[in-house]
Design a protein around this ligand. Structure first.
Ligand code: ATR
Length: 279
């Protein structure tokens, strides 16, 4: 049996097993099984060893271990060495390699909606494990005009800014591109407001921001990386304000597609059937 895992804490909400097992069946990998496992930090080393000795074939890593796992793997591609955020593990040439399919998944999810990354004003909420993957999508030649960043623990946002200001410099973007906003404070109106925090995973949780300036703004897009529940309070309030909304489902599907391809060589189809499967 080829065993695959998604590890995290909490992990109960993950729909990865449903999705990957669906694809294993569809593409006739009948000796493969994908399970979820709640782990503690101390368990991570053993999981990496189990990949090395072929007890586990592939692993997805989710909150809060995307950064921690980076220190335990053998190697990672250049862009991952930059973000230090890993969501997919696979053994290649006897080495445990850490990939990140979140960033590409995020970019595809927006590009599918004809989103153009150029010259946009973006408000990123959070500075956790997934945030570097989101941030780096906007830092490039022809990247964002302005990136506001806010995190409950301000020092973590400052650390991110300090690090990514080097990339801002490299791409010759305006040196003030990234600006930190105090938690709960307003930024100027943005084109895209993204929740990268875990606030909303539990139904009654709510972010402490006042977005009433966006009332009736039909152009602004509120994007929550959370896909389960389907509509967090962040998105519900945006819908009521008549803003555009998007949850993390398509990003989730695309990051899973890219991981599945790394493990099996097969590019699984993202069609209406698989989109519905997650409803
Ligand atoms: P990670 O280890 O990847 O950072 P995490 O602990 O779930 O995962 O944190 C993800 C993000 O959610 C962080 O930005 C975190 O803010 P802090 O850095 O201040 O911890 C944010 N977050 C989690 N719970 C929160 C809450 N109740 N209110 C505000 N932000 C929260």
């Amino acid at each position: 049996m080829n065993k695959y895992l998604v590890i995290g804490n909490p992990i109960a909400h993950s729909l990865s097993p449903l999705l990957h097992n669906y694809w294993f069946k569809k593409y006739k990998f009948l000796d493969s099984i994908y399970e979820k496992k709640k782990v503690e930090k101390k368990d991570l080393k053993k999981i990496v060893e189990q990949i090395k000795n072929d007890e586990i074939k592939g692993v997805n890593v989710t909150v809060p271990f995307k950064r921690e796992i980076f220190d335990l793997i053998d190697t990672a591609p250049h862009e991952v060495q930059f973000t230090k955020s890993v969501n997919t593990l696979v053994k290649e040439n006897d080495k445990v390699v850490g990939y990140n399919t979140d960033q590409e998944g995020f970019e595809i999810s927006l590009e599918e909606n004809e989103w153009d990354f150029k010259n946009k004003k973006v408000f990123i909420i959070g500075a956790g494990g997934v945030t570097p993957s989101i941030l780096s999508s906007f830092i490039r030649a022809d990247g964002a005009e302005k990136i506001y960043l806010s995190n409950r623990t301000r020092s973590k946002a400052e650390e991110l800014k300090k690090f990514w200001d080097k990339a801002i410099d490299f791409y010759q973007m305006n040196k003030d591109t990234i600006e930190i906003i105090d938690w709960g404070e307003k930024s100027e109106l943005c084109d895209l407001i993204i929740n990268t925090t875990s606030v909303g995973l539990t139904r009654d949780e709510k972010l402490d921001f006042d977005f009433s300036d966006y009332n009736n703004n039909k152009e602004a897009l509120f994007y929550d990386l959370i896909y389960n529940p389907k509509e967090t309070n962040f998105l519900k309030e945006a819908r009521i304000r008549e803003n555009k909304t998007m949850n993390g489902k398509m990003m989730f599907l695309w990051q899973a597609h890219l991981a599945f391809k790394k493990w099996t060589g097969v590019s699984p189809k993202i069609d209406q059937e698989v989109i519905k499967l997650l409803d």
